[in-house]
Design a protein around this ligand. Structure first.
Ligand code: MTE
Ligand code: MO
Length: 258
């Protein structure tokens, strides 16, 4: 049996003109309604008192939430995976030679630590080597896409800070580093610098650090990509603002975390 044709409904179907009129009307209502709500919201945001750092409170709330999430993530996977010394490659790739012109004379070299403006501590390599030595074997990752398991030795940055009474400086948000000629420079956040695998490094594969790998002293910071592991450290300073950063200036992520 075929059902009877639905004549009633067909009769009620509006004409094409009516349909168009209705749709136009409802589109306009939605448009004006959205415009009003948007306007009201904008007015409300615009007239909100600004916070101390000049950021709208709603935005500030979002930023604070981001920071909480990321710092929690950071503390969870704080340690870079470590490997055994036998897993480390014998021939470590050399990459990047900015700020490394000529041969550096370790005997006359000094690590300069700008404690405060006009107060710079100068240390020899022997003084640094007198501090407790820590070794780390980890997967060194470069943003160019290669990685290799490498073995490094030196003094933990956190040990160095404690031994030299740099506890007030630990309150700074950032640590800046530069090569002696100032041609290569990086900034790292203090939590990553104080992470227990971060080294002021003077040894590789159990031997003195080679020239092209940053002798006499380089940074090893396993929670970051290679760009942050400054070779041939000349100066270290502390700052509440992001220190200038060679690769960040070229558009790479400033944090460069792993
Ligand atoms: N002074 C200086 N340090 C530097 C660089 C550089 O060009 N100059 N390149 C960085 C980059 S991109 C990487 S991947 C690592 C490479 O370290 P390696 O040569 O010991 O493998 O050093 C980092 N430190
Ligand atoms: Mo790199």
């Amino acid at each position: 049996m075929t059902p009877p044709p639905k004549n009633k409904k067909a009769a009620k179907t509006p004409t094409v003109e009516q349909q168009i009129r209705r749709r136009t009307l409802s589109s306009f209502s939605v448009f004006f309604f959205s415009l009003t709500i948007g306007g009201l919201l904008f007015y409300k945001l615009y007239n909100q008192p600004q916070s101390a750092d000049n950021v709208q409170p709603v935005l500030r709330k979002g930023l604070n939430a981001n920071e909480r999430i990321f710092s929690r993530l950071f503390s969870q996977k704080r340690n870079a995976r470590s490997f055994k010394k036998k897993d480390a490659v014998a021939h470590v790739r050399v990459n990047g030679g900015v700020g490394m012109d000529g041969t550096l004379d370790t005997a006359t070299w000094r690590l300069r630590i700008a404690r405060k403006p006009g107060d710079t501590l100068q240390l020899t390599l022997s003084e640094l080597m007198a501090l407790p030595k820590t070794e780390v074997v980890f997967d060194f990752k470069c943003v160019e896409g290669w990685s290799q398991v490498t073995w490094w030795g030196g003094v933990r940055f956190s040990d160095f800070m404690a031994k030299y009474g740099l506890t007030p400086q630990m309150a700074a948000r950032y640590v800046g580093m530069e090569t002696p000629d100032g041609d290569y420079y990086v900034g790292n956040d203090m939590p990553s610098m104080l992470q227990p695998q971060t080294l002021l490094c003077y040894e590789m594969n159990g031997k003195p650090l080679p020239q092209d790998q940053g002798a006499p002293l380089r940074l090893i910071i396993p929670v970051k990509y290679g760009i942050k592991h400054l070779k041939r450290i000349g100066v270290i300073f502390f700052s509440s603002e992001r220190p200038k950063d060679y690769w960040a200036e070229q558009g790479y992520d400033y944090y460069a975390g792993l």
